[in-house]
Design a binder for this molecule. Structure first.
Ligand code: MG
Length: 399
């Protein structure tokens, strides 16, 4: 047993600002919901705070239309709440601060959802700074040369680098201090504050710097995503491959489940669960890649709980086992062997459903189909066989 008592941050709240809808980072989704090395940016951000501040209240301010995206990104994380944001960042922060009224925390951290790499040390230093000084923000020295401009291409006077800092989030405050500052600014019609230390300063409070981190990157452009993904992937250098194989026999019925999609057919597939031969083979492929038994070992057919179960449970469990190892699934590929039903018309629906179950991009899910030229049990239309391969990345140095 660990004899060091865990620090609990029960009087700390975090407002994660995720109400923006900007899609300029690409991918067609607001950037905070875009996958980054297989996991939504917001999920990574929330995980950082859950890990750094056990017991803290975490509130994400979202656009009301993004509720389903938020729920997917926060699924499985403890103590997650959301509240609707406003038309501007400043209004969204105030909405979040108001939503914390009942909790009345001593300290609140305000953080941009698009900064998933804040370290636990930085987060805790921000809490300590707010307790001591009332208002702090992480700041880093600027390394590029700075020049003045009138907003065009003409560069003019030097700006003294030593006289400026680049400021990050989380910005951390005594809750009452920043709540009152934002309320007063809103009441005064001040609506273009750049961030929350600007609100504190507008209300007359001094703000101190705590050391920021160069790695605490704010993801803004497509290049930022590529750089961040490269860094995450470089840490997942232990690449492994797993093989899965499954067969189910045809029996009475009018549909089959293949890859989580219900496909009308003149027969059904016989099995203890929903007999989704594609999801079973993929599950075994992932378990094979992490050398963690097989589907039968984790979900014994003797257990009545899995009778008739939708097989996405099995695939999600395998994904969770990879996540628990700190890894990521890079690619899933399956070949469905049968004379009928025809798979081609359903291929993309199956890929989309598997992408949905696993949280992977559809581009990382391949489905192929073949007949066996009327040879063998698949050729005699007695059942369906599936072969699957999973490529999994684990942290460098994994056993
Ligand atoms: Mg099976």
């Amino acid at each position: 047993m660990n004899s060091i008592p865990e620090v609990v941050f029960g009087d700390v709240a975090v407002v994660v600002v995720a109400a923006g809808r900007g899609v300029r980072a690409g991918g067609g989704l607001p950037k905070q919901y875009r996958p980054l090395a297989g996991k939504a940016v917001l999920t990574r951000t929330l995980e950082a705070f859950v890990a750094a501040l056990p017991g803290a209240r975490i509130l994400t301010v979202i656009h009301p239309d993004d509720r389903a995206l938020f729920e997917a990104a926060s699924a499985g994380l403890p103590a997650q709440r959301w509240s609707p944001g406003g038309a501007t960042r400043q209004q969204s922060v105030l909405a979040g601060l108001r939503a914390l009224d009942g909790a009345n925390p001593a300290v609140v951290l305000i953080h941009d959802a698009a900064r998933p790499f804040a370290s636990a040390a930085l987060i805790r230093a921000s809490v300590a700074g707010a307790r001591e000084h009332g208002a702090v923000a992480p700041a880093v020295a600027v390394t590029d040369a700075l020049k003045e401009t009138a907003g065009d291409d003409a560069l003019s006077e030097d700006v003294d680098r030593s006289a400026v800092r680049a400021v990050q989030t989380p910005q951390a405050f005594a809750y009452r201090l920043i709540r009152d500052a934002h309320e007063r600014a809103a009441a005064a019609g001040v609506d273009a504050l750049a961030d929350d230390i600007a609100a504190a300063r507008w209300a007359g409070h001094a703000v101190r710097a705590v050391p920021g981190e160069a790695s605490n990157l704010k993801l803004t452009t497509p290049d930022d995503f590529i750089m961040a993904e490269t860094r995450l992937m470089a840490a997942l250098a232990d690449v492994r491959t797993g093989l899965g194989y499954d067969v189910h026999a045809f029996g009475p019925g009018d549909h089959v489940w293949l890859g989580g999609v219900r496909i009308p057919h003149s027969a059904g597939l016989v099995g203890h669960s929903d007999a989704d031969v594609v999801l079973h083979a993929l599950t075994d492929a992932i378990l094979g890649a992490i050398a963690d038994g097989d589907i039968g070992a984790h979900f014994p057919p003797s257990d009545a709980r899995w009778k008739g179960a939708a097989s996405d449970v099995f695939l999600k469990d395998a994904m969770a086992r990879v996540a628990a190892r700190g890894g990521a699934v890079a690619h899933l590929d399956a070949t469905i062997v049968c004379e009928a039903p025809k798979i081609g018309p359903h291929r993309d629906a199956i890929r989309a459903r598997i992408a949905e179950i696993t949280g992977l991009d559809m581009g990382r899910v391949a489905i192929k189909a073949t007949t066996s030229e009327q040879l063998g049990f698949t050729g005699r239309r007695e059942g369906i066989a599936v072969q699957a391969v999973a490529t999994v990345r684990l942290p460098f140095g994994s056993l």
